[in-house]
Structure formats: structure tokens, C-alpha cells
Design a protein around this ligand. Structure first.
Ligand SMILES: NC(=O)c1ccc[n+]([C@@H]2O[C@H](COP(=O)([O-])OP(=O)(O)OC[C@H]3O[C@@H](n4cnc5c(N)ncnc54)[C@H](OP(=O)(O)O)[C@@H]3O)[C@@H](O)[C@H]2O)c1
Length: 492
């Protein structure tokens, strides 16, 4: 195996920190902790980015010994971390971890979280359902565990059960924690290629100058998964594709694509432009779908903890437009679905055809910029050129840059949760979503949910490209959905 080249540019501020850092995970026997948080912590350890002074408290209801818990997390780390698994690194990590059995709803259990060091900075990570957020905060406060100016709380989406509840939770938490210490996670912001969208748009004169309604015909954003809801039926019945993907992750993507140029490259300026962008959005049309069975794949309604007549959507397609700005009225098509025929998240920007008498339009290929976010990370650009030979025939040129095909890039690129935890450990809040944006996203989600009431649900077969009505949504404008593997096309 090749030697690892670790060049992750984290600043190990933790190493110089005076206060001890205590990271407490509520919900540490849950899917999120196993699949995302533990591999992220291992990656930070492997990259020498965990402070010696860090204590990780893992709270669960289950009667597990310390050894049981360590045994439980090991296979998830082996499977989920970007660095190859090494016993020595894992052992180092486990020295920071303490499993604490308690019921988070019982105030009498909170004494188990008392800090020996009164000056510790606590980061409480609530990897539990939103109905627990207020009571956890209450119990932490009533048990005298909090230092309002030192401690942080991290919330996982959904940040409430609905718009009203999200505001109630925020208002409550604001009385207990410092406003700026309530951190909302949208792990999409931590993804490498999403951080790259602004660089592509604003570091290139080419794209900076053509990112407008005169040049761009339409924009598509796809987040497709091949898996179904796995064993998360109870959660998904409540959230659906709208709360799971669209109103948070995809809305973030839309805002990065349509926002105006920020004055400075810092999170305040970027977030204020994102907020403006979301405020400009208008919803034109929606399609809601639900997957049906195929071969041995179950229909959504047959999944565990799902009602037999459930109307929860596992697929959404939206047509949006910005009411103002450089991309005013350019159609933006957004779709997200489970059990589709591809696993890929990508943005495609479709340019208008050249208008001149030299080359007939029907001979020109649509110029296209594809930003690949996951699992492939990279950029694909397609444009017209002259076919080699004596004729003036036009042929498409496809330039395909695969960022994570390069070993050094892959191994040196932190995963989203790794990036996010690292910034939280350094009390850097720039990768978290401000509450203003959380409110806007709930507002957007409520508008889409209202449309669903009038519209109903279309069904699509598992492993397909989604409901036919979603194709019609584009076809009526003369467009089709672009598949991620378009970038696999060879030169023609
Ligand atoms: N999974 C993901 O990929 C993902 C992604 C983004 C956001 N989220 C959000 O993160 C939250 C957690 O998701 P998850 O998938 O990890 O859920 P999960 O697998 O159902 O885990 C829930 C966790 O909460 C714990 N818990 C519940 N009631 C408790 C109590 N009274 N006392 C102590 N612990 C209790 C559970 O402990 P027991 O094991 O004892 O039941 C378990 O550790 C949800 O709000 C979800 O929407 C999840």
C-alpha cells in the first residue's frame, strides 16, 4: 500500500486551547453516530487533528459496558472511514471515549455528566429526534451543568417537527445557550465540491461573466439515491423527501448556484447572499413520488414502520425560478429521490446555443457544465469544436476532470462530518447554518408541503428514474433530466 500523504489543512487550534473540551453525543447508539460521527472522529485522529485534551462522552440507553461499546463502533469505523483502519489509531481514539448509560428524558441521570474541571468547554451533540431537544437543554441547565458563555449545542436536522416547533425549539434553546452557540448542521456545506462551487463561479472570468439569464438556459440539480429508507421507517414517515433532503441540502445547493457574488469570502458575507437568494425563489411546479416494488425490492408502503396507505413522498421534483437577480426567470429544476437508478448528486448548468449564421443550431450540441458532488467529485464541461478533417463539421468536446480519482486528492479531502466536527472543536461556527436560513428553509418546506396537499402522489418503480410526471415537467419545456453518467461519454 502507498504511504499516506496527509496534508489536511486543519489548524490544530485545540492543541493550544487552555480549556478542556468535552464532546457529548446524545444518541450514540444510533445510525448517525455509527455511520457518520465515529468514522469522522477516527479520521480526525488519523490525521492528528484530535486534541489530547478532548473527552468524548457517548450517551446511550442500552446497558453496554465500555468494552461492548468499543466493539460495537469498530466495524462502523472500519467500513466508514477514509483512512485505512489501523488498530493503533483506533486504540488511541478509544482512550478519548467513554460510554455513559443514561435515559436522556430523566433529569436524575444527568449527574453522570458532571465535569470535574469547571472550566471545560462542552459541546453537546443532539443526534436524537427533535422532540428531545428542549428537554435535554432543560435538564442540562437544571442540573447546573451549563456555562452559557462556554458551552455549545449542535442540532441535527430536522431542526424541529415543523416550522412552528423549530421556532419554539430555537426560542427555548436561546434562553439556555448563547445564540451563536446553537449550531445547526447541514453536512452538505462540508462537502468538498459544494465548497468548490463558489470557486468555480467566482475564480473564473469565464464563468463569472456568463452566469446570467442571457447565457444560461436552465439549471438542474439532482440528488439521487439507489437505497430505500433502510430501517429508518419511523423517521422517514415523518420527514419524507421534503424534510430529509429538499428543504435543507438541496436548498443550500440552489442558493450556492444562484446567489450574487459576496463582498468577502467569509461566512457572514456568503450566508447573507445565500439568504437573499432563497428569499428570491419562487416555486412554479412540483411532482411528488413514492417508490413501488421491483423484484425482491419492497415498495415503500411495505417497509417496516411504514403505514400501508402512507402518502409520504420518497421523491420530489420542483421547478423553481429566481424572481430577481442575474438569473431572473431561468428555470431551475431540482429533484431528489430514493431507490432510483443512479446514486449521484450533481448540478448541471445548460447554456443557450450560439446565435449566428455560421453554424446551424441543429448541428450544435448544448453546452453544459456539470458539477459532480458525490460519489464522483469533479467537473465536466461540454462544448462545440470543429471535427478534425477538411469539412467544417461541428463535434462536441467533453472535458472531464475527476477530482477524487486522484489518490492524493481523495486521501487528503476530509469528509463532510469530519470537517464539521473539526470546526466545532475549534469553536469555528462558519460551517453551520444560521437560524435565519433555517427559518427560510422551513418556510420554503411549508410552501412545498401545501402544494402536495392539492396535488397528491405519483408512483415510480424502484430502480427507475422517478415518476413519469417528473419527466413531463421538463419535457413540456423541451428539456430532459441529465444523468450523472453523461460525463462517462467518450469523445465522439
Ligand atoms: N441517520 C442519519 O443518517 C441522519 C442524518 C441526518 C440527520 N439525522 C437525524 O439525527 C437524529 C438521530 O438519527 P439516527 O438515525 O441516529 O436515529 P436512531 O438510529 O433512531 O438513533 C436514535 C438514538 O437516540 C437514542 N435515544 C432515544 N431515546 C432515548 C432516551 N430516552 N435516552 C437515551 N437515548 C435515547 C437511541 O438510543 P437507543 O439505542 O437506546 O434507542 C439512539 O442512540 C434524528 O433526528 C435524525 O433525523 C440522522
Amino acid at each position: 500500500m502507498r504511504e499516506l500523504i496527509v496534508k489536511v489543512s486543519f489548524i490544530p487550534i485545540g492543541k493550544t486551547m487552555k480549556n478542556k473540551l468535552v464532546f457529548t453525543i446524545f444518541g450514540s447508539t444510533g445510525d448517525l453516530t455509527y455511520r457518520k460521527l465515529m468514522p469522522a472522529l477516527y479520521n480526525l485522529m488519523a490525521g492528528s487533528n484530535l486534541d489530547d485534551n478532548l473527552e468524548i462522552r457517548c450517551i446511550g440507553r442500552k446497558a453496554l459496558s465500555q468494552e461492548d461499546y468499543i466493539q460495537l463502533i469498530q466495524p462502523w469505523i472500519e467500513k466508514g472511514s477514509r483512512f485505512p483502519f489501523k488498530e493503533t489509531i483506533f486504540l488511541e481514539l478509544t482512550k478519548h471515549i467513554q460510554y455513559i448509560q443514561m435515559d436522556l428524558t430523566k433529569i436524575e441521570d444527568y449527574h453522570l455528566l458532571k465535569n470535574v474541571d469547571q472550566n471545560s468547554i462542552n459541546i453537546y451533540y443532539l443526534a436524537v429526534a427533535p422532540e428531545f431537544f428542549e428537554s435535554i437543554a432543560d435538564h442540562l441547565e437544571s442540573s447546573g451543568l451549563l456555562h452559557k458563555n462556554l458551552d455549545y449545542v449542535i442540532l441535527e436536522k430536522p431542526f424541529g417537527l415543523d416550522f412552528k416547533h423549530a421556532i419554539k425549539v430555537h426560542d427555548k434553546l436561546s434562553t439556555i445557550f448563547h445564540q451563536d452557540h446553537i449550531l445547526h448542521i447541514d453536512h452538505y456545506i462540508g462537502k468538498e465540491m459544494i465548497q468548490n462551487i463558489l470557486a468555480i463561479r467566482f475564480a473564473n472570468r469565464l464563468f463569472e461573466t456568463i452566469w446570467n439569464k442571457d447565457t444560461i438556459e436552465q439549471i438542474q440539480i439532482t440528488a439521487a439515491e439507489t437505497i430505500g429508507i433502510e430501517n429508518r421507517g419511523s423517521y422517514y414517515e415523518q420527514a419524507g423527501a421534503l424534510q430529509d433532503m429538499v428543504q435543507n441540502h438541496l436548498l443550500q445547493l440552489v442558493s450556492y448556484v444562484i446567489m450574487d457574488q459576496p463582498k468577502l469570502m467569509n461566512h457572514e458575507h456568503i450566508q447573507s447572499k445565500q439568504i437573499e437568494a432563497i428569499q428570491r425563489l419562487s416555486i412554479d411546479e412540483c411532482v411528488f413520488g413514492q417508490y413501488t416494488a421491483k423484484d425482491d425490492l419492497k415498495a415503500y408502503r411495505e417497509e417496516d414502520h411504514v403505514s400501508h396507505d402512507s402518502v409520504t413522498e420518497t421523491y420530489i421534483a420542483l421547478q423553481l425560478h429566481a424572481k430577481e437577480g442575474a438569473l431572473k426567470d431561468v428555470p431551475i429544476f431540482v429533484r431528489s429521490g430514493k431507490r432510483m437508478n443512479q446514486r449521484a448528486t450533481y448540478i448541471s448548468v445548460h447554456f443557450k446555443k450560439a446565435v449566428n449564421h455560421l453554424y446551424p443550431q441543429d448541428k450544435l450540441i448544448d453546452e453544459l457544465l456539470l458539477i459532480k458532488i458525490q460519489p464522483d467529485e469533479g467537473i465536466y464541461f461540454r462544448f462545440n469544436a470543429k471535427k478534425p478533417g477538411s469539412s467544417q463539421e461541428i463535434t462536441p468536446i467533453m472535458m472531464n476532470f475527476c477530482q477524487n480519482c486522484i489518490y492524493e486528492n481523495r486521501i487528503n479531502t476530509p469528509e463532510a462530518y469530519e470537517r464539521i466536527l473539526n470546526s466545532a472543536f475549534h469553536q469555528d461556527t462558519s460551517l453551520f447554518t444560521p437560524f435565519e436560513m433555517v427559518k427560510l428553509s422551513w418556510d420554503f418546506g411549508s410552501k412545498v408541503a401545501k402544494l402536495k396537499k392539492n396535488q397528491g402522489l405519483d408512483f415510480y418503480e424502484s430502480q427507475s428514474d422517478g415518476p413519469i410526471s417528473a419527466d413531463t415537467l421538463l419535457n413540456q419545456h423541451g428539456y430532459v433530466w441529465i444523468s450523472a453518467d453523461i460525463s462517462d461519454e467518450a469523445y465522439q
